[in-house]
Structure formats: C-alpha cells, structure tokens
Ligand binder design. Structure first.
Ligand SMILES: Cc1cc2nc3c(=O)[nH]c(=O)nc-3n(C[C@H](O)[C@H](O)[C@H](O)COP(=O)(O)O)c2cc1C
Length: 403
C-alpha cells in the first residue's frame, strides 16, 4: 500500500497550458488510493473543464470562494483543514506571485493561506517568464516560508521556446508527494544501495550478465530518500530513471561495483546489496571482437571479488542487508550466506517462482535473521517490499541499540 493511500490531497489547478496534465496526475493519485479534491481557478477552466477533472477524481470540483452549494458555511476553511497535503500543478507565475504576496482573492489562494498541511508548488510557464527575476524572487520567498517547490523540467515548451519551464513529469510530482507524506524516520542515515546486473565482458562486444532489471534496488533507493535518508545508488545498467535526489554511480562490471561500494563504505551507515553481481568473469578479456573461425571455444572464468563479504568484514557498526536469489534450498542458502557474510538481515527470494525475482514488478521474499528465524512475506509490489525492508532495518537497529 502506498503512503498516499487513504490520504486527502487537494489538487490546485491554475490557468497554464499544462493544466491538461492535471488529468494524468489525478489518475495516478486515485490509482494509489488517494481521495483527490480538485480546486480550479477561473482561468484554469479555459484550458480544461471541471467536468473532466470531476469525472477523473470522483469528487465535485471546487471553483468559487462564495459558493452556497458547499455544505459547510466557510468552504475554504473546511477544505484547508481537511487536506493531508495540497499540491498545485501547474502553478502559474500569476498564482505564485499572489501567494508570495499573501493575496487571497480566489478559492485556491484562500485555501493555501489557511491550510496547515504541506503545500507543493509545481511551476510551469514560458522559459523567460520562469527566469524573470520577479518570479524567481517569489519562488525563493515561498521556499523560505516552507513551501515545497518542484523545479520545472527543461525541454521544448508549448509556446515554441526551448528551456526550463515544463511541468515536471507526473511520476516526479507523485514521488514528491510520497516523499512529503512519508515519515522521516531515516533522517541522518546514509544508505548505500546496489542495484541491477553487472556485465563481464568476454570481448569488446559480448558480455556475461543476468536478467536483473534493477527494480528492487531502485525501489529501495527511493524508499530511503522518501524517509529522509541520504542515498548513494551504485547501479549496473538498467532501463530505469534514477530516483530523484540519489547520488547515482553507474558501473559496468562486478569489479567496478566492488570499487564503488568500497569507496562509499566508510560514508554509509546502512548497506543494502540488491544488485545481481556476476560471480565469475572471463580470465582474460579479448580486445576487439572474437572471430568465429573455430568450431568450439573454451572460456576460462575466474571468481569476482565477493562484495558483500568484504562489506561484512569491514562492518564497523553499520547495518548490512544482503539479497539471496536462489532456485533451490532457498532458506538454507540464505542462512548460510548471512553467517558467512556477517550480515544483519538477508532477503531470500526464489527467482524460479512466478511473480518473483528478475524483471517482475512484484516479489515474494523471506526475511532471514541472525538468530536463524525466518519470516515469509506475501507476494507484493517491489515498492511495498522496499518499505517493509526499511521498517525491519529500523526495528533491528532499535533492538540492537537496546542490547
Ligand atoms: C494560451 C495561454 C497559455 C498560458 N500558459 C501559461 C503558463 O503555462 N504559465 C503561466 O504562468 N501562465 C500562462 N498563461 C497566463 C495565465 O493564464 C495568466 O497569467 C492568468 O492570469 C493566470 O490565472 P490563474 O493563475 O488565476 O489561473 C497562459 C495564457 C494563455 C492565454
């Protein structure tokens, strides 16, 4: 279950060309289980109809401060009080200016000034409008007052200009909402996460690898960020967008991953090794492409360095979490690895099961503890499993601090 689930989110839509993108934002939030209450400015209704947003959100769209149709006598106060979070996407230059000056002449500006909930603003406008010193000063002022500003992205703008001013991608806005609503119980922690598959090159164009998509590791990095941790993500090649706010170190081989992990080990307070690292690498790498002039070829392999073992040997009080992807004797292998690698927690998953392991959106895992106890988690989205792993690490940290 997402942290958004069950939350009441007020979505303010103002009169910018990106107003049509609010439709997709509503769908994403509703899909995550939020109750979305849309407030539109009069000018926003020039771009998208209240009927569309009402249909998508399943709630009546609010547009007027003086609306006798609202059940409560003072609609803007009850709206402001009811919200867990307010997000304005898109936020026009004019709207930003009004809020920065304390002007409350619309329902949306009234709600924003009256609410005690966090407010996220997603500015979107022409690049020169965005660069304008007045707009920049207004944004700075609002940032200093505790408003969360999601910077616009760069690219081609609807007005024909190129540059900064596009509404951030919807998943980035959703990520910011999740981050804002998440408990900040990892503040002060420095989490080193590894993700994805490594590649061991045989010649210049061929390599040995595995089907790991990196989804589990990226979900872990995202969870850490949402809960207030600093995150370094050491990642093999994936097709995933890097989580906003993480320091991302791209690596290719198991050897590269070893070097990067060792570089950040002293910095970290928690290490989570979710990468699928190659155990063997060719004894020699051929420069150029091997020609097919022989009927058979023997490929000699040597062991790669065991990253988790090296981390366990230099543990120094940090929490170490490993993953065991197995196809047989899952729990026994995971218990054995946990001991040999001096880890605190192992996440064992049988990659041969449907809905588990490589390339899937979901996973079925067992937690394996130092005292030999195990716990099976039902099949769940990798983001959900990431949340449970972070909950468990905190629990283990607290109980070991008590000993
Ligand atoms: C076609 C068109 C597109 C516009 N797009 C934007 C925009 O992307 N960002 C912006 O800040 N203003 C934009 N404006 C200007 C706003 O609509 C104008 O400042 C308006 O007063 C904003 O009202 P509101 O903030 O109360 O919704 C646009 C205007 C027009 C006519």
């Amino acid at each position: 279950m997402s942290v958004i689930s069950g939350k009441k989110i007020i979505l303010g839509v103002t009169g910018g060309i990106a107003a049509y993108k609010s439709c997709e934002l509503i769908r994403s939030l509703v899909k995550e289980g939020a109750s979305v209450q849309v407030i539109m400015t009069q000018n926003a209704m020039e771009f998208v109809t209240p009927l569309t947003l009402q249909t998508l959100s399943g709630n009546r769209v609010a547009t007027k401060t003086f609306d006798l149709g609202w059940e409560s006598e003072i609609g803007h106060i009850s709206l402001a009080d009811s919200a867990d979070l307010v997000v304005v996407a898109p936020a026009t230059a004019s709207f930003i200016g009004k809020i920065a000056s304390g002007i409350a002449d619309t329902l949306l500006t009234n709600v924003i000034l009256a609410t005690l909930s966090p407010v996220i603003l997603c500015p979107a406008m022409n690049v020169n409008m965005y660069k304008n010193q007045i707009v920049q000063e207004n944004l700075e002022r609002l940032g200093n007052r505790g408003f969360i500003i999601v910077e616009p992205s760069e690219g081609s703008l609807a007005c024909g200009w190129e540059g900064k001013g596009r509404l951030p991608e919807i998943p980035d806005i959703v990520h910011e909402i999740e981050k804002t609503l998440s408990p900040k119980d990892y503040r002060g922690e420095r989490v080193l996460v590894t993700a994805g598959a490594t590649r061991e090159f045989i010649d210049s164009v061929r390599f040995i690898s595995n089907p790991s998509s990196g989804k589990m590791g990226y979900s872990l990095a995202k969870e850490g960020l949402m809960r207030g941790a600093e995150v370094v993500l050491v990642t093999g090649k994936t097709n995933l967008a890097p989580p906003c706010g993480a320091k991302v170190i791209d690596v290719v081989s198991a050897g590269d991953m070893y070097e990067s992990v060792m570089e950040y080990l002293d910095w970290s307070t928690i290490v989570i090794k979710a990468a699928a690292v190659g155990d063997y690498t060719p004894s020699e790498k051929i420069n150029g492409k091997i020609k097919k002039d022989e009927n058979s070829r023997i490929l000699n392999l040597k062991r790669t360095k065991d990253i988790l073992k090296a981390v366990g040997e230099k543990k120094n009080g940090r929490m170490v979490v490993g993953f065991a992807a197995e196809t047989d004797d899952l729990i026994e292998h995971a218990k054995d690895k946990l001991k040999r690698k001096n880890a605190d927690l192992f996440i064992a998953n049988d990659v041969s099961l449907p809905g588990a392991g490589f390339e899937t959106e979901t996973n079925i895992v067992h937690f394996v503890y130092r005292d030999g106890k195990t716990e099976e988690l039902p099949r769940a989205a990798k983001s959900e499993i990431a949340r449970k792993i972070f909950d468990k690490i905190l629990e283990l940290k607290t109980s070991s601090a008590r000993l």
